[in-house]
Design a protein around this ligand. Structure first.
Ligand SMILES: [Fe+2]
Length: 389
């Protein structure tokens, strides 16, 4: 979401008279079943997702915090068409200002089909978010992983560590469930329990090997979207930190019979490795004071098919470019491998088990990565100075 301009211009700002007009229209609105929740946060945009019982038109009202009378309507639309045939609504807003706080209210119903142009209402916000700011001086994120359907643990960890209004985004670093089955599964496990937080704090969804499994694996984007570049890997810059999000694939070869012949991740990883070579040349990576890799399957600490493949495909590029740390998951036990301990891996690898969580904060002076256990006891703190690659 770069370079497109979607200004909240005076021509799009509507007044109290319009609110009265909207009320008089007698809109038939569909209640929200799951959500709303935030994804694809960027310097200039975000995606707001929710579901309704029936397929219908949907839209949001968006305004800068503190300016509730200056609302813009953004439809759920793709490729120039309103998405009228779905009850899984995803509204992407763009052209926003970096580091700015916005509020939104979601709507769905026939009024979107028949009552154009839709006039804004005056109801309170469903959520508030702050866009990222690549040129900002701070960063604060939360990372959990290997939830495997344990909603209570997930929510406990979020409650312990996520500060609404302060945490920039929450990373789910893979294996949120053991297999992707019914279409409501991720709503019940992740979205509904955490909705009070993720309506305000965006989720960044990183796939683990278990996100490759189950009849609904191909439909993951219906609930958790890829990065704004359309892939489940990408660069994400917040303030002084550039995150390299990688999609580490299955933990077995495509040919293994346990996978049922439905995966083709090995060429996908090779393509991703080629992307990575170009990504580390991007200004958002090169200009970052700190560089952090987030990848479900760790590069170090274990040996196996996936670990060996990832080391071969990704680590030489990362080692040459220079990164501070790789944060991983998957093993279900805590691991810390110092930089240089394993051949060819000059950066440390920190693995969170399937119980604790990690927070990362940074400013122009230092970056701090703190690893907590299930009960918020600090297990390890790693500090980095700027440009210490
Ligand atoms: Fe895993």
């Amino acid at each position: 979401m770069k370079s497109l301009f979607f200004p909240l211009t005076a021509g799009m700002l509507l007044c109290q008279t319009c609110f009265d007009m909207a009320a008089a229209q007698g809109a038939q609105l569909e209640p929200t079943i799951h959500g709303p929740y935030l994804q694809q946060i960027a310097d200039d945009g975000a995606t707001i997702s929710w579901t309704t019982d029936k397929p219908t038109a949907a839209w949001i009202e968006l305004w800068k915090e503190g300016h509730p009378n200056q609302r813009t309507i953004v439809m759920d639309a793709k490729y120039g068409l309103k998405r009228l045939g779905t009850n899984s609504h995803q509204v992407t807003v763009w052209g926003l200002q970096p580091g700015e706080r916005y509020q939104y209210k979601v709507y769905a119903g026939d009024r979107g089909k028949q009552g154009d142009p839709i006039k804004p209402g005056n109801e309170p916000a469903d959520g508030t978010f702050r866009t990222l700011n690549s040129n900002g001086d701070r960063c604060s994120i939360f990372i959990a992983n290997d939830i495997h359907g344990d909603s209570k643990r997930f929510l406990d960890l979020m409650d312990q560590h996520v500060k609404v209004g302060e945490t920039d985004f929450c990373v789910l670093n893979g294996d949120s469930v053991s297999w992707l089955s019914g279409k409501d599964q991720l709503f019940k496990v992740i979205v509904d329990p955490a909705q009070k937080i993720i309506k305000d704090v965006p989720i960044v969804y990183v796939r683990g090997n278990h996100e490759y499994r189950g009849g609904n694996a191909i439909n993951l984007p219906d609930t958790f979207l890829p990065q704004p570049n359309g892939e489940y890997y990408g660069l994400l810059r917040q303030g002084p930190v550039c995150f390299v999000i990688l999609d580490s694939g299955e933990d077995k070869a495509d040919t293994r019979k346990e996978l049922g012949g439905v995966t083709q991740f090995e060429p996908y990883l090779a393509q991703q490795a080629e992307w990575l070579k170009k990504a580390v040349e991007c200004p958002e990576f090169k200009s970052a004071l700190y560089r952090v890799v987030i990848v479900h399957i760790p590069f170090a600490g274990e040996k196996g098919f996936a670990e060996d493949l990832l080391r071969k495909l990704f680590v030489p590029t990362l080692a040459k470019a220079g990164v501070n740390i790789a944060i991983s998951a998957h093993t279900h036990y805590n691991v810390f491998v110092p930089g240089g301990k394993e051949p060819g891996i000059p950066f440390p690898v920190l693995v969170n088990d399937n119980q604790g969580a990690i927070t990362l904060t940074a400013d122009s002076q230092k970056m701090e990565v703190i690893h907590y256990d299930r009960h918020k006891k600090i297990l390890r703190t790693e500090r980095f100075s700027p440009n210490q690659f």
